[in-house]
Design a protein around this ligand. Structure first.
Ligand code: NAP
Length: 315
C-alpha cells in the first residue's frame, strides 16, 4: 500500500511532499474534520487553527486513529488539540522551527524595555535632556522552561553579558552551559530583571505564574510571555502592575486569543501586547518543511519521527 499523508498544510507544502523520493500520496483533509484521515492515511500533518477549538468539543470519533501511525503538529504546542486526537502511535511537534525567531523577539523586547529609546527621543531643543539608559549586560534574565525556545533565549542573553537563571520540569542538569538552574520557580522569579515564560500549556502549568509567585518579583522586573496565555494568571498580572510590584509586561500570547474588546490588557500603559506573532512563521515555513522531511525519512526507514511529544506530560 503506498504511503499516504493527510495534510492540513498549504497546497505548496503538499506539492513539495509529493516530489520527495518516497513519492507519498498526499491528500487534503479539512481542518475541522481530521478524523476523515483515519480511514485512508498513515500520517496526519495537522496545524492548529480556529477550527480546532470547535473540534476540541467533538467526542472521540468512531474508529480513531484507524490507519494513522503518526501525527505531526506544525505547532510546538499541542494544547490546541482534543485529547483523543493524540491517541496515535507516534505524535511529534514543530519544536524548534520558530525558536530562533521567538528568541530574537524576546531579545528585542528586553532591549526595548532596557533602553527605551522612545522615551529619550529628542524632537527639538526642549527635549535635549540627559537621562540614563538601562543596561542588558549585567542584568539577570530568568527563564521558565529551558526547552528549545528557552535555550535559544539563554544562549543570546549570555552572549549579551546577562546572567541567566532558569527552571525546568525534570530533575536534569541545565541544558545550556552558563545558565544556572535555581532551586525553585520562586527563586527564578525573585532573581529576574527580565522574566521569560517559555513553558508549555499543560494541566500542570495552568495559571502557574500566579499572585503568590508574582509577589516575589522585583518591582522593576519585566515579564515576557511568549508561551501561552494560560500559564499566567492575567488578573494577578494586572494587579501586580497596578500596585507597582512589577514594572512592565510584554505579551505575545493571552488567554483567550484575541482578548475581549474591553479587556484592560489591550491598553494598559505598562503592557505591550502583540498578536501571537513572535514565531514569525511565514519566514520560517521552510524549516517546518525540512523538519517534516527529516522525520518522514526516519518513518520510511521504520524509525521514530524526531521531536516526539510525551502525550502524558503534554509537551
Ligand atoms: N508564541 C508562539 O508563537 C509560540 C511558538 C512556539 C511555541 N510556543 C509555546 O512555547 C512552548 C515551549 O516551546 P519549546 O519549543 O521551547 O518546547 P520544549 O522544547 O518542549 O520545552 C518545554 C520546556 O518547558 C519546561 N517545562 C514543562 N513543564 C514545566 C513546568 N511545570 N515548570 C517549568 N518548566 C516546565 C520543560 O522542562 P524539561 O526540559 O525539564 O522537560 C522544557 O524545558 C510551547 O509548548 C508552546 O506552547 C509559542
Amino acid at each position: 500500500m503506498p504511503l499516504t499523508i493527510a495534510s492540513q498544510l498549504e497546497e505548496g507544502f503538499n506539492t513539495a511532499l509529493r516530489d520527495l523520493d518516497a513519492r507519498p500520496t498526499v491528500i487534503g483533509v479539512p481542518e475541522d474534520r481530521p478524523w476523515e484521515a483515519a480511514a485512508s492515511a498513515d500520517i496526519l500533518l495537522a496545524r492548529p487553527s480556529p477550527a480546532w477549538r470547535a473540534a476540541r468539543r467533538t467526542p472521540r470519533p468512531e474508529g480513531w486513529p484507524g490507519r494513522l501511525q503518526w501525527l505531526h503538529s506544525a505547532s510546538a504546542g499541542i494544547d490546541f488539540y482534543p485529547a483523543w486526537m493524540l491517541e496515535v502511535p507516534a505524535v511529534s511537534c514543530g519544536r524548534g522551527v520558530a525558536s530562533d525567531e521567538i528568541a530574537d523577539y524576546v531579545i528585542a523586547a528586553i532591549y526595548s524595555h532596557a533602553k527605551n529609546l522612545e522615551a529619550v527621543r529628542a524632537r527639538g531643543l526642549a527635549e535635549w535632556k540627559q537621562a540614563p539608559l538601562g543596561r542588558v549586560a549585567g542584568s539577570t534574565v530568568g527563564i521558565v522552561g529551558l526547552g528549545s525556545i528557552g535555550q535559544a533565549v539563554a544562549r543570546r542573553a549570555l552572549a549579551l553579558g546577562a546572567e541567566v537563571v532558569g527552571a525546568r520540569r525534570r530533575q536534569l542538569p541545565s541544558p545550556v552551559e552558563g545558565a544556572r538552574l535555581l532551586d525553585s520557580l520562586g527563586d527564578v522569579i525573585a532573581a529576574a530583571d527580565h522574566l521569560v515564560l517559555a513553558l508549555p500549556a499543560t494541566a500542570a502549568t495552568r495559571n502557574l505564574i500566579d499572585a503568590a509567585l508574582l509577589a516575589r518579583a522585583k518591582p522593576t522586573a519585566h515579564l515576557i510571555n511568549i508561551a501561552r496565555g494560560s500559564v499566567l494568571d492575567q488578573e494577578a498580572l494586572i494587579a501586580a502592575l497596578d500596585a507597582d510590584r512589577l514594572a512592565f509586561a510584554t505579551l505575545d500570547v493571552t488567554e483567550p486569543e484575541p482578548l475581549p474588546a474591553e479587556h484592560p490588557l489591550w491598553t494598559h500603559p505598562r503592557v505591550r501586547l502583540t498578536p501571537h506573532v513572535s514565531s514569525n512563521y511565514t519566514t520560517v515555513r521552510h524549516l517546518l518543511f525540512e523538519k517534516v522531511v527529516a522525520s518522514l525519512e526516519r518513518f520510511v526507514r521504520g524509525e521514530a519521527p524526531n521531536d516526539l511529544v510525551d502525550v502524558q506530560a503534554g509537551y
